[in-house]
Ligand binder design. Structure first.
Ligand code: GCO
Ligand code: MN
Ligand code: MN
Length: 395
């Protein structure tokens, strides 16, 4: 489109091979675009690089078919690396497909059958090797099949213990091999399972602190997954960020409380997308801006290109809106009024002491706040200013 919102490598935008490669199959309809193969992947590396993307991420089987021989694997990886070099594209994140093959129909790390769990570890260790070979420094775990439809079939406490055992095992594997890689866990409430274990970013965060090596493990929150659960995504990301656990992010669009739509970033809930970008930019979060989404089923290959460009441009446009928000005198003036400060009180609340408690309990009474109870906070005005800023009519 040729303006300042066109992406450049420094923006650090990445796409999964499974995103631009998505053939548009859904539970009711056949693919509408060709299935990806090594040649089309190579072409996409060129297209994305020209568009200004920084890199691609992959599941093991996005690149190497499930049944490839070791020699075929090596040949594919060699070719792929050549294409990466030629286009300057990087692979900052990798992950394992533990959901497509029928062997994982009742879970991988939480399967009732130890043979399936063992195979999940076998597959993941090899996929981690591949990720490390390609230069990935973040390894994502999305437990798509880790769940149930039939609650009688699985004790959920046992399932969590199995999950923990596998993540612990894989952390040791990476440490033992000296791999410079961190794990990022991705929560989702349901789909493809009726219910997926550890369904929200918050649940995943609590799980991390029960692991043997919590320092190695963080989060990969996804817009769509939190919106499926009806939650405020920016709030989930903020908690991860504040805890130093935002290791990766899956950006996309999603109508609330529906099936997993994986829409173009910013195509739904623009205000939510704005506050997400604001959070990441205000806190100068250093990670990749990764898109885990796919083009509408109405699109051909040109439409997929439009989709990729759209994700990146919308992010950059919202980033510009964040700058405007932060410099808008009226908005900033209102915020100053709203965000009151009181040094004495704040110092008193910041640390418990007998004196501080006595002051708050005995001297600081309702009398001193009663005027606040019915005082308007001007949030209507503030929010309207945000809406007008997003609609492009602020000066
Ligand atoms: C989904 C998930 C996946 C994962 C991917 C990487 O709902 O299908 O979001 O796209 O992010 O498997 O782990
Ligand atoms: Mn998803
Ligand atoms: Mn995802």
């Amino acid at each position: 489109m040729g303006d300042r919102f066109d992406p450049v490598k420094e923006d650090r935008f990445t796409f999964g091979l499974w995103t631009f490669g998505n053939p548009g199959r859904d539970p009711f309809g056949e693919p509408v675009r060709p299935a990806p193969n090594l040649d089309s992947i190579k072409r996409w590396l060129e297209v994305l690089s020209e568009l200004g993307a920084y890199g691609v991420n992959l599941h093991d089987n996005d690149l190497v078919p499930f049944d490839a021989t070791p020699a075929q694997r090596d040949e594919i990886v060699r070719e792929f690396k050549k294409a990466l070099d030629a286009t300057g594209m990087k692979v900052p994140m990798a992950t394992t497909n533990l959901f497509t093959h029928p062997i994982f129909k009742d879970g991988a790390f939480t399967s009732n059958d130890p043979r399936v769990r063992a195979f999940a570890l076998h597959k993941t260790m090899r996929a981690i090797d591949l990720g490390v070979e390609l230069g990935a420094e973040v390894y994502v775990f999305w437990g798509g099949r880790e769940g149930t439809e039939v609650d009688a079939s699985k004790d959920p406490v046992t399932a969590i213990k199995r999950y923990r055992e596998c993540i612990n095992f894989l952390c040791e594997y990476c440490a033992d091999n000296g791999y410079n890689i961190k794990f990022a866990l991705e929560a989702k409430p349901n789909e493809p399972r009726g219910d997926i274990f550890l369904p929200t970013t918050g649940a995943m965060l609590a799980f991390i602190y029960t692991l043997d090596r919590p320092d190695m493990v963080g989060l990969n929150p996804e817009v769509a997954h939190e919106h499926m659960a009806g939650l405020n995504f920016a709030h989930a990301v903020a908690q991860a960020l504040e805890a130093g656990k935002l290791f990766h992010i899956d950006l996309n669009g999603q109508k609330f409380c529906r099936f997993d739509q994986d829409l173009r970033f910013g195509s739904e809930d623009l205000k939510g997308a704005f506050f997400l970008v604001k959070l990441l930019e205000d806190y100068q979060w250093p990670g990749m801006r990764h898109f885990d989404a796919h083009a509408y089923r109405t699109e051909d290959i040109d439409g997929v290109r439009d989709f990729c460009l759209g994700c990146m441009r919308t992010y950059k446009i919202l980033k510009e809106k964040v700058r405007q928000f932060n410099e808008d005198p009226e908005i900033q003036g209102l915020l100053k009024e709203i965000q009151v400060s009181d040094e004495r009180l704040e110092a008193c609340m910041s640390r418990y002491s007998e004196d501080n408690a006595a002051f708050l309990k005995n001297e600081f009474t309702y009398d001193q706040v009663k005027d606040l109870a019915y005082k308007g906070l001007k949030y209507e005005k503030l929010d309207q200013l945000v809406v007008e800023l997003l609609l492009g009519v602020r000066p």
